[in-house]
Design a protein around this ligand. Sequence first.
Ligand code: PLP
Length: 414
Amino acid sequence: MTNTDKIPFLDLIAPHTELEEELVSVFKDALRTGGFVGGPAVEKFEQDFAAFSGARHCVGVASGTDALRFALMAAGIGDGDIVITVPNTFIATTEAISQTGARPVFVDIDEATYNMDPAQLEAYLAGECYRDEKSNCWRDRKLGRRVAAVVPVHLYGQVADMDAIQEIADRFRLMVIEDACQAHGAEYFSKKEDRWKKAGSMGVAAAFSFYPGKNLGACGEGGAVTTNDAAVAQKIRMLRDHGQAKKYFHDVEGYNGRLDAIQAGILQIKLKRLPSWNQARRAAAQRYAELFDNANLGWLAGQEPAWSRSVYHLYVIRVQNREALMKQMADANIGTGIHYPVPLHLQNAYMSLGYKAGDFPVAEAVSSEVLSLPMYPQLLAEQQERVVDAILRFAPEPVITVQAEKASYAAVAD
Ligand SMILES: *Cc1c(COP(=O)(O)O)cnc(C)c1O
């Protein structure tokens, strides 16, 4: 008899039942102390998450979106600026940019990694911007605005090519703010510094989300900014708490963007498990790759260059007839997802930015073919076999889109 139990796309129950007693004790502590917002639980978590991410400071906030918005604001981004990012991300990335008063400008992605293509970043800056000697910055020729920052998104748990992005950013006087909302614990080998670096330790600041489905998720909403810059951290502490360093003395107008003590306590407990959970995700990704390799399908999933250690927030393949395959997998009781079906430059919300179909061919091609498979630390080998089986049984074949050996990444540790 074949097993037809549901294989969910995401399992938010298993990791919490495993930890139920510890998690409930956090809630009980809060009830007994009345400490619901801020306080020692938040500070303790901030210290531990900074250490985990290899950054000097961490500021807990209410969501990943707040984290990115506050990071940009604290770095001095605001009205009239341009911030460069990619079109294949969650809309929170560009919401945060717009809500500072800046305007998002997109550049296309690398087809092999789904992350920002440094060559496209450079092409935009060198081709469409000019150097404004007077204010010592680069401006978009058409928009006249200062290009102030770049936000690489570490999509699906894999760090973008940060050496290359940082080098371009330095040359064009841009700040780098990482969107690390999907990449808690991911690592990047910097050739420049000859060492592995953690997501969240590389830019001026980095944004993390603790939305429940993320690699480190709260039992509700949460987020954090990491930074090595004490002044940036201090500004974010002000912004998250109504612009006050001292109660009722407001130096600037801020926001209500604080992290709950209960969520911080929960995150503290789950953070201890995160290294082994990320390891389990990497092992599951390896297993998927082997199962597909055995079937001799060629290049189906995104690539992990030698300079990357992904934490596989998502495991994404690229297939034609995606909708038909999804339906067949749903019939086999297997959950899947699409991240993301419509690139941001073609969303109704961004009509006013003036982009059109064809502007970012890689992001557009990918968006109609990506399919996210079940991926979580508790995923079993037998479940993965069933997932791959369901894909291989898909008719009509072929399901594979990309065969070309596109990118050749240099080896790291030679
Ligand atoms: C989840 C996510 C965000 C936003 O985080 P929230 O906590 O939901 O506000 C931002 N960017 C990316 C890439 C994300 O995946």
